[in-house]
Design a protein around this ligand. Sequence first.
Ligand SMILES: [Zn+2]
Length: 120
Amino acid sequence: MASEPELPKKALQDLMQLASRMAELHKQLESKGVFVGERDLLECDNCTLMEDVMMDGHLVTYFRPAALADFHLPLQGQAPADLGLHFEKLEENHFACPVCGKRIKLDPEASLDNWGTADE
Ligand SMILES: [Zn+2]
């Protein structure tokens, strides 16, 4: 068996190229309305506009259906029609609701802790 070769410069360069290509792809996907999962989905607690991701990865927005308003549950079955609205990114982790203008702050630290748990 041959000894393990060191990672050659060429491989590192390939890796760097791949990383920048992936960043490009991310941008392209985002510009086509695909949610690349770099942040939590947004929801406005003022007017209930919320983001959701469709099966094909497209980011959509709609008002939280009244039946789900009291329970922060994921939608089952068919989602309401996409309103085509987008939360405006103001700065890192700060967004503005396109309907009522409310500022929403995402806490990137809390996102994983809150995953799938209910607030009591
Ligand atoms: Zn709003």
